[in-house]
Ligand binder design. Structure first.
Ligand code: FAD
Length: 355
C-alpha cells in the first residue's frame, strides 16, 4: 500500500530524511520548500555550513547518539561516493583551559578510539594553547552534497516542489498525487519559530559569518575560543573538488543581521591566517587571501536541543525534525533515522487502529 508523505524543507535535515525514507518503496514522497539547493538565503542555513564532523554532544544524550549514528554513513560516502563532495580531511583542534570555564565555549569531545587520533605534546603547541589533538574527520562541500542528495531522491521517485507554507497542516495538501499526505515531516529549521501550528518560541538564531576564499588551508584548523569575544571563533575547512576554503566565524545568539560585517570579516581572516599561515604566501597577511564570497548563515539553535518528535496538529500527523544548531550535518543521519522510525510507527499505529 502506498503511503503519501510530505517533507517540508529542503535543507540537510529534510533531504537526509527524503534520502532514507525513499529507500522504502511504500512511501510516495513530495518535498515542499521555499528554498532549494543552489539558493543562498538568510532563511536557508544549509549552504553556509563548512561543513565538518566534530562531535560536541554531552555523554549519554540523544544528541550523542545522533552524532555517533551519523559518522558511519558519512564515512561510507567519503569512501565510496567522492561525487557527493564528502571527503576525509584531517582536523586539528587546539584547546585553551580558559574556554572550558563557565561562559566559555563547549569543546569538541572525541573518544580515544577515533581513527588517527593523536594528542599533541606540549612542545608541539603554541604557548597560548593548553592541549590539542588531531583526528580523521570529513569535510562536506555543501554546494556538491545538497544537490547530490536531491539527485538520489529524484532517482528514487521523490518529487520536489517550490512552495511557501503558512501553516504546517496545509503542507498535507501539497502532495504531488493531489491526495492528502498521511504524514507531514517538519524540517523547516529556524523558520519553525514562525510557522503556523508550530510557532516554537525556543528557536533562536546563532549567527555565523564566514569568508569563502580560493586559498588552501590544508587540514581543518580550529581552537576552543578566541580573544575577540566568546561569540567569535576561528576555523578553516578546505572543501573538496575546488570548492574553496571556508574561514569562520562567529556564533552570535539572537543576532538576525543577514549582512556580512566588514570588521568581523577582517577579524575572521586575521585569525585564520594566524592559525594556518600556509593559507597565504611567505610574508603575506590577509591581503594574500583571494575572497570568493562573504556570507552569513543563521544556525537554527533551539533551547533544550533539537526537536525530533511525533505530533498531531489540526488532525494532521506530523513528525518534527528541526533545531539542529551548529551540528545539522554531523547529526543528520542519526536524526533522519529516528524520523523514519517515527513515521513507520505513526502509520503502523494508523493501520492497527483501522483493523
Ligand atoms: P535549513 O537548511 O535552514 O532548511 C530549512 C528548509 O525549510 C529550507 O528549504 C526552507 O526553504 C524551508 N522552509 C522553512 N520554512 C518554510 C515554509 N514556511 N514553507 C516552505 N519551506 C519552508 N553543521 C555541521 O554539522 N557541521 C558544520 O561544520 C557546520 N557549520 C556551520 C557553519 C555555519 C556558518 C552555519 C550557519 C551552520 C553550520 N552548521 C554546521 C549547521 C548546519 O548548517 C545546520 O544545522 C543545518 O543546515 C540546518 O539544516 P535544516 O535543514 O534543518 O535547515
Amino acid at each position: 500500500m502506498t503511503r503519501n508523505v510530505v517533507i517540508l524543507g529542503a535543507g540537510v535535515s529534510g533531504l537526509t530524511v527524503a534520502y532514507l525514507l525513499s529507500k522504502q518503496t511504500q512511501y510516495s514522497i513530495t518535498v515542499l520548500a521555499k528554498h532549494m539547493p543552489g539558493d543562498y538565503d538568510i532563511e536557508y542555513a544549509s549552504p553556509w555550513a563548512g561543513a565538518n564532523y566534530m562531535p560536541v554532544a554531552n555523554e549519554g544524550t540523544r544528541h550523542q547518539e545522533w552524532e555517533t549514528n551519523t559518522w558511519a554513513p558519512l564515512k561510507a560516502l567519503a569512501e565510496n561516493h567522492p561525487e557527493s563532495g564528502v571527503y576525509f580531511q584531517k582536523a586539528v583542534v587546539y584547546n585553551r583551559k580558559k574556554d572550558l570555564e563557565p561562559g566559555g565555549r563547549l569543546v569538541h569531545r572525541l573518544s580515544e578510539t577515533w581513527p588517527v587520533y593523536k594528542e599533541f605534546s606540549q612542545h608541539e603547541l603554541s604557548p597560548e594553547m593548553d592541549n590539542g589533538h588531531e583526528y580523521t574527520s570529513v569535510c562536506i562541500n555543501t554546494a556538491m552534497y545538497l544537490p547530490w542528495l536531491v539527485g538520489h531522491c529524484v532517482k528514487a521517485g521523490v518529487v520536489f516542489k517550490r512552495a511557501v507554507v503558512k501553516h504546517i497542516a496545509n503542507a498535507a495538501t501539497g502532495h504531488h498525487s493531489g491526495k492528502m499526505a498521511e504524514v507531514v515531516i517538519n524540517c523547516t529549521g529556524l523558520s519553525s519559530n514562525a510557522l503556523g501550528g508550530v510557532m516554537d518560541e525556543n528557536m533562536r538564531p546563532a549567527r555565523g559569518q564566514i569568508v569563502l576564499v580560493r586559498n588552501d588551508a590544508g587540514p581543518m584548523w580550529t581552537t576552543s575560543g578566541t580573544d575577540d569575544g566568546t561569540d567569535e571563533a576561528v576555523y578553516t575547512m578546505t572543501r573538496a573538488a575546488g570548492g574553496g576554503t571556508i574561514l569562520g566565524g562567529t556564533y552570535q545568539l539572537d543576532d538576525w543581521n543577514p549582512n556580512p560585517d566588514p570588521k568581523t570579516a577582517e577579524r575572521i581572516m586575521k585569525r585564520a591566517v594566524a592559525i594556518a599561515p600556509q593559507l597565504v604566501g611567505p610574508g603575506e597577511e590577509i591581503e594574500g587571501l583571494d575572497v570568493i564570497r562573504h556570507g552569513v548563515g543563521l544556525r537554527p539553535w533551539r533551547k533544550g536541543g533539537p526537536r525530533v518528535q511525533k505530533d498531531q496538529i489540526d488532525g494532521v500527523k506530523v513528525v518534527h525534525n528541526y533545531g539542529h544548531g551548529g551540528f545539522g550535518y554531523q547529526a543528520s543521519f542519526g536524526c533522519a533515522d529516528e524520523v523514519v522510525t517515527l513515521v513507520d510507527e505513526l502509520l503502523e499505529g494508523r493501520s492497527r487502529s483501522n483493523l
